[in-house]
Design a protein around this ligand. Sequence first.
Ligand SMILES: Cc1cc2nc3c(=O)[nH]c(=O)nc-3n(C[C@H](O)[C@H](O)[C@H](O)COP(=O)(O)O)c2cc1C
Length: 363
Amino acid sequence: MLFDKFSNASVSFANRLVMAPMTRCRADHCDAVPNSMMVEYYRQRASAGMIVSEGVPVSDRGRGYIHTAALWNEAQAAGWKKVNDAVHAAGGKIFAQIWHVGRISHSALHEDRSAPAGVSALIANSKTFIPGPDGKPQFSPCEAPVELTTAQAEAIAGEFGNSARMAKLAGFDGVEIHGANGYLLDQFRCPFLNQRKDKYGGSLENRYRLLLEAVDAVAAVYDPACVSVRQSPYGLANDMQADPDPLDTYVYIAKELDRRKIGFLHLNDQTASWLHDANHPLLPALRKAYQGAIIACGGFHAGNCEDFLKRGQADLIGIGKLFISNPDLVERLKRGAELAAFDQKTFYAGGEQGYLDYPKLAA
Ligand SMILES: Cc1cc2nc3c(=O)[nH]c(=O)nc-3n(C[C@H](O)[C@H](O)[C@H](O)COP(=O)(O)O)c2cc1C
C-alpha cells in the first residue's frame, strides 16, 4: 500500500510516503529567500510521494527562528520556484507549509524589532534561535508577546492568503497551513493560552475562527483539494498544555475542514504514542468526521508503515527525521535496505554538512 499511487480530485502522488515539514534554517536571514543548497536538498528527496516544505513564515513578524526561508514576497516566491522546478523535474510533488509562530519568537528576528504576536500576553517558557552579536545563531528565551488586536488578528488570515498567492507563483502543488506544534494558530485553539474576550476567544468555534479564516483565504487561491491543515493533538511542545477535550476539539475542526472539502488533514503525534495505539479513540473519530485524506506522522519507520495503512484510518504516512538522513527513503523502504542514522547536531545548522551529504544507496 505504501508504494501505491494516491490521488484526489486535484492532485496525485506516486506513492503514499510524505516527507514531513522540517525547519532546517539554511536560508539567508535577511531576505529569507531559498538558496541553491535548498534546491539541491529538496531535489534529493523528490521521490517522496509528496514533500511538505519546511515551515515558511507568512510575514516578518511571523518568523520565529533565524535563517528560515519565507513566503510573503515575490523574491521569496522566485527562490522557491527554483526548488519546486527541481522537485517537479525529478517527478515529485511539493506543498508549502505556511506558518506564523506567534509568541515563539523574539524582537531580534523582526525587521521593525516588534515584540512577538500573542493570542494573549502570556510568555512561552521556550527557546528560539536569534542572531547573536556576531550575526551567528544563538539560543534565546522567547520574549513576552503583545496580544494581537482584533483587527490585527483578522489581518493574519490575509497574510496566509497572500502567502498562498506567493506559493502559487512559486509553483507549489498545494499549501499546508501550520496549525500545530504550539505556534500561532495552535495558540488560538488553546483554552488556557487564549484569554481573549473578542470573537477569537472563548468557545471552541471562536478559538478555531482564525484557523478557519486562514483556510478560507488559502482555499480562495488553491483548489481546496490541494490544501492541507496540520494539527498536533495531545502535543505539549512549545510550552502548550493538554487540551481538556481533545475528542470534541479535533472532531470539530475535522468536520469544519470536511465541510470545506479540504484535501488533507495532517496529524502530528509528537510523542509517537496515540496514533500507534490501535485502541485509541481519536483517529477513528477523525476518520468518521473527515472524508479527505489523513496524513499520519510521528514515529514511523520501516517496520510499521504498511500495518498502519492497513488499519484503514489514514491514507498517507508522514516521515520526518529519517528523510533527513535518507534522501532516497522510498527506495530504501522498497528494497528493505538499511536506513542511515540522522545527526541531530546538524538539524538546524551546519551548511551542507548534515544537509546535502547523506548518500543515496548505490544503484
Ligand atoms: C529538524 C526538525 C524540524 C521540524 N520542523 C517542523 C516544521 O517546520 N513544521 C512542522 O509542522 N513540524 C516540524 N517538525 C516535526 C516533523 O514534521 C515531524 O512531525 C516529527 O519529526 C515527527 O516525525 P518523525 O518521527 O518521522 O521524525 C520538525 C522536526 C524536526 C526533526
